[in-house]
Design a protein around this ligand. Structure first.
Ligand code: NAD
Ligand code: UDP
Length: 338
């Protein structure tokens, strides 16, 4: 029996899912990695728009609790499957999100990580070729590695270490981008590439290990805030609702706009600034602890989003403080249930 975990239905309102678009506009959409952090929000948003959703996941970092509230909706299907193996489905669109995203998780089994990106891309592209579905690849700012160009625009090819501990993720995602472009040129598959910059929000896993969830959980527990390095590294943090809006706009854009396109929030903060803000917003008594910086950790990151704004009419609307408050509320509830 599945127990519904109400932590994950913090804003769930079943009535919102009852509107069905006309059959003519309804699409059957596959979301790989659909039970993960971003995938579960995408499932919800596209269900609300009235589409048929197939959520595929092997539950490596995803969780049934993220989508259990959707299981009773007839337009929602859940398939436990590992995307490194082929699967035959009839779909109109594919959002390819399957891949662990946190450094802790993608470095846990690096060979599996690169297989997921490369073989996963081949499998969804094969499906798209057969069914004439459109494919959107969830790529990443890690494509730019430790960037020498700042902010990063899509024309920059990046500075990636091909043999380091982050390579399984960075090079896997770069190979997936290559596959998207080659299937497009060689097989006329309609592909789209979105480079996602650091995104945070409710439903990040408690053991995710990325900086926003780590700091919030540590602050709520009055434990030491773990800064890797001296806190001068920068990141730009996008709230999940803004990101999901960007993904859907890209999928719906004209087929001849295939990207890559950056989606992220250009507000840039040092890790020290983030730590102080989280302590302030949680009212925490936490102190800061400095730990060694992992190798190849990019020193700076900030998206140039002019292309997304021009082509998709997209820009983020959630300031960091507002997004953090919503995320803090989520984690406070999650920790109380432990
Ligand atoms: P997540 O770890 O919460 O979600 C990934 C999902 O993929 C999980 O549900 C996991 O179980 C599933 N998965 C992993 N390997 C799989 C496999 N072999 N077969 C089937 N399912 C598998 O991470 P997320 O933050 O939701 O990221 C989703 C996607 O967006 C990833 O592709 C990630 O690389 C990309 N992305 C995310 C961010 C971010 O800041 N959140 C930034 C850049 C790129
Ligand atoms: N980081 C940190 N403390 C943590 C987790 C991460 O100082 O507990 C730092 C990390 O070294 C990096 C930044 O925060 O400089 C963002 O890390 P994250 O793992 O969230 O994502 P990345 O952008 O590195 O993939």
């Amino acid at each position: 029996m599945i127990t519904v975990d109400i932590r994950n239905i913090y804003h769930f309102n079943r009535k919102k899912f009852l509107n069905v678009v006309s059959k003519k506009h309804m699409k059957r959409i596959l979301i790989t990695g659909g039970a993960g952090f971003l995938g579960s929000h995408l499932c919800e948003k596209l269900l609300r728009e009235g589409h048929d959703i197939i959520c595929l996941d092997n539950f490596f970092t995803g969780n049934k609790n993220n989508i259990v509230h959707l299981l009773t909706i007839p337009r929602f299907e859940l398939i436990r499957h590992d995307i490194i193996n082929p699967i035959y489905l009839e779909v109109d669109e594919i959002y390819n999100l399957a891949c662990p995203a946190s450094p802790v998780h993608y470095q846990y089994n690096p060979i599996k990580t690169i297989k997921t990106s490369v073989m996963g891309a081949i499998n969804v592209l094969g499906m798209a070729k057969r069914t004439k579905a459109k494919v959107l690849q969830a790529s990443t700012s890690e494509i730019y590695g430790d960037p020498e160009v700042h902010p990063q625009n899509e024309a920059y090819w990046g500075k990636v270490n091909p043999i380091g501990i982050r390579s399984c993720y960075d090079e896997g995602k770069r190979a997936a981008e290559c596959l998207m472009m080659d299937y497009r040129r060689q097989n006329a598959v309609t592909t789209k590439i979105v480079r996602i910059f650091n995104t945070y929000g409710p439903r990040m896993a408690l053991n995710d290990g990325r900086v926003v969830s780590n700091f919030i959980i540590q602050a709520l527990q009055n434990k030491k805030i773990t800064i890797y390095g001296d806190g001068s590294h920068t990141r730009s943090f996008c709230y999940v609702d803004d990101l999901i809006d960007g993904l859907i706009r890209m999928m719906n854009a004209e087929d001849d706009f295939f990207g890559p396109v950056n989606i992220g929030n250009p507000g840039e903060f040092t890790i020290m600034q983030l730590a102080k803000l989280v302590i302030q917003l949680t009212g925490s008594r936490s102190e800061i602890e400095f730990l060694p910086l992992p190798s190849d950790d990019p020193a700076q990151r900030r998206p140039d989003i002019r292309l997304a704004t021009e082509k998709l009419g997209w820009q983020p609307t959630t300031p960091l403080e507002d997004g953090l408050l919503k995320t803090i509320e989520y984690f406070r509830g999650a920790l109380e249930k432990l």
